[in-house]
Design a protein around this ligand. Structure first.
Ligand code: NAD
Length: 260
């Protein structure tokens, strides 16, 4: 469904972003990969997208905390493939700490990477989408765009912001055949989740197994992690013609978490 189209996925060297990039490539899209990572590993991911799916993939190391680099990321896609048709604002980081001890620079980084980067990327990609009369903007929000948890002030604020930005963009582009939606996963087993376990252990005075069962999966009635591939399949559906009238939506994929 994406033959001849180009998808830019921010934060696609790992986890959900990488799964989205691979799902879109499987549907025929050329890919602009982005994110941190060891150069050799990133090159392996890039090359395997090309060989596994027969599409082209380029990599941009643009830092999603830097507006000028975000503009360069979109420009790279337009220059290399002559269009950016699908934009997934997915890059994200987490920090877990009580608010009185929350490092100010972590707050600033989370707001920049998890929220402002989406504004900058949409701002840069929208003119081309409008000109071509087709676009799909997808945000990886979170169950934390709908509900909160303690010790995640910056993340919850940024993700609620993403949910609001999604609605605004959907309304602005409603007549331009560009949809904008956010996907709100519950806990997906990725490096982002794994890395927050030590700080959650400290903040809650818990052992590792207690954090997994009493904090992470406690929220999810199914008692199972969501997979990156399940999130990517929903993102791919949002790119289809069948999803043309889904816009401004916040779609949970959270094992029932936000139903409770
Ligand atoms: P991950 O750590 O596996 O991937 C994050 C990606 O973002 C990586 O490619 C990383 O290099 C990139 N990144 C981080 N900082 C960046 C920067 N400054 N510039 C460019 N790229 C940067 O994590 P993930 O779980 O796949 O997270 C992806 C998105 O999904 C995030 O927005 C996260 O908040 C969201 N999310 C994750 C979960 C979960 O349980 N894993 C749940 C809900 C939402």
């Amino acid at each position: 469904i994406l033959n001849g189209k180009t998808a830019v996925v921010t934060g696609s060297t790992s986890g959900i972003g990488l799964a989205c990039a691979r799902a879109f490539a499987g549907a025929g899209a050329n890919i602009v990969l982005n994110g941190m990572g060891a150069p050799g590993e990133v090159e392996n991911e890039r090359a395997s997208i090309e060989s596994d799916f027969g599409v082209k993939a380029v990599y941009s190391p643009a830092d999603m905390a830097k507006p000028n680099e975000i503009a360069e990321l979109i420009a790279l896609g337009e220059k290399t493939f002559s269009s950016v048709d699908v934009l997934v604002n997915n890059a994200g980081i987490q920090h877990v700490s009580p608010i009185e001890e929350f490092p100010v620079e972590k707050w600033d980084a989370i707001i920049a990477i998890n929220l402002s980067s989406a504004f900058h990327a949409i701002r840069a990609a929208a003119p081309g989408m409008k000109r071509r009369g087709w676009g799909r903007i997808i945000m990886t929000a979170s169950a934390h765009s709908l509900v909160a948890s303690p010790f995640k002030s910056a993340y919850v604020a940024a993700k609620h912001g993403i949910a609001g930005l999604t609605k605004t963009v959907a309304l602005e582009f409603a007549r331009s055949k560009i949809t904008c939606n956010c996907i709100s996963p519950g806990y997906v087993w990725t490096p982002l989740v794994e890395k927050q376990i030590p700080n959650t252990m400290a903040a809650r005075h818990m052992r590792r197994d207690q954090v997994i069962s009493e904090v992470l999966l406690a929220a999810q009635p199914t008692k199972e992690f969501v997979t990156s591939e399940q999130v990517a399949a929903l993102a791919l559906f949002l790119c289809s013609d069948d999803a043309a009238q889904i816009t401004g939506a916040n779609l949970p994929i959270d094992g029932g978490w936000t139903a409770a």
